[in-house]
Design a binder for this molecule. Sequence first.
Ligand code: HEC
Ligand code: HEC
Length: 453
Amino acid sequence: MKKSIFFIICVAILSLGFIQDQLDKELQKTIQSEQLTPPQKEESANPDKIELGRLLFFDKILSGNKDISCATCHHPTLQSGDSLSLAIGVGGKGLGSIRKMGKNRLRIPRNSPEIFNRGAEGWHTMFWDGRVKQLEDGQFETPAEEKFPQGVENVLAAQAMFPVLSRDEMRGRISDRDINGELNELALISDAAPQSVWRALMNRILKFEDYRQLFQKVYPEIPLKKLGFQHAANAIAAFEAEAFTFEDSPWDQYLAGKENAIDLSAKRGALLFYGAANCSSCHSGNLMTDQKFHNIGVPQFGPGRDNGKPYDYGRYAETGEWKDRFAFRTPPLRNVAITGPWMHNGAYGTLEEVIRHHLDPEKQLQNYDPTQLEKQLQKTYKGDEQSIGMVVETLDKQLLNAQALNDDQISDLLSFLKSLTDSKVTQLKKMVPQKVPSGLSMEEDLSRATKSY
Ligand code: HEC
Ligand code: HEC
């Protein structure tokens, strides 16, 4: 009796070991053919520049009404996002899932993305619709066109030039007054003169001695008068790259050769991701995104964007090409398990639904349940036949190549996605400065921004 139990245990251990070995072998082959390598940490910028960027990132002085900072929508304690489906800009109050809209304001039409690892080499396309891009020759393609200044150091800095121009995100409306009841001079400037907004912002920022000193330390060769907002943006980007780069997830450790960093289920999930489930045809390479645009049939809701209202046409608004209707840039996936709600508009509150959506987008779109959204947004859901028909029309064909998956396989894919979380990303509170040079308040009461993913 004893002998036979001993025998069974031995066989079990041996065969488990054999399965592990087989999986590891297959996975190593995949890793080689996909040319995946553990991320390389870029060199840190100079500490004064990072500190200047940090203060600017948290300082509401960058917003017209002095009521919102970059951190409001990309908070370190909210995994560099805001936990909302659609962001709440100027006029809003509070942080995270309890943030409230201001009176007579509209929601921002899109989800605040996490901003992890955007300083990594190879990033060239910013925003869900890719409206900021760095081209191969190093030039930037941006909505400011020829008004975009010289001296912007990288694509992350190029991105940082734009939230301050957006009336709904940070700048405010012409008739707005700031939190002290004073004129909002940024809002008075015409939308056609971004340079004037950037200049007016620098006038604001350089009124504070602490900022003057820091800018001089970071840019000793440039006289204060010659500094432009691009110099602020370079510092913000340096801070973002330093603070939000996390590349030591269990999967990264596995890529670096540590075979037991992820479990069997995650290994099976990785094989599906790079194999039968076809995920890596879009979430490809070391950044886990092709930085291209695909319509994967995400339900439409919210105020809509620009000329497309009440719809958000995504990339189509940039290119005017029919195939780009409802296409959005493939998001990267490191730390994705904790950065919900997911998709360009936060349509889904669980990662499992996100996977199920990809496997049968048309059906998921037809059956989407808007009651999972905040009440305010439920009313804006476009679930009528015509809207759904429009979205389905330009659906990406690549989604159809995936094999149908059973529940165990979906659970393996989930394990793989969870293995992309670096354990350090949940400990970012220390990044929040004690105070900012303008003396304006920072986001109050972090402990109440409760909903976490
Ligand atoms: C009102 C909320 C809000 C504020 C304030 C805000 N953002 Fe964002 N951020 C967003 C949203 C929403 C998007 C996506 C918009 C889009 O794609 O059209 C975004 C996109 C980004 C991206 C692009 C990420 C990617 O993957 O393409 C970066 C980087 C970023 N923001 C940094 C900043 C910085 C720096 C500031 C301050 C100068 C800032 N944001 C202010 C909401 C906000
Ligand atoms: C055809 C290209 C394509 C394929 C194939 C694909 N995805 Fe995606 N994925 C996208 C795009 C594009 C989005 C964002 C769509 C949107 O918001 O409208 C996305 C969104 C996601 C998100 C949400 C990320 C976030 O930050 O909101 C996850 C998770 C994800 N995909 C995982 C997967 C998995 C797992 C597979 C394989 C089963 C897969 N994807 C296959 C293009 C693709």
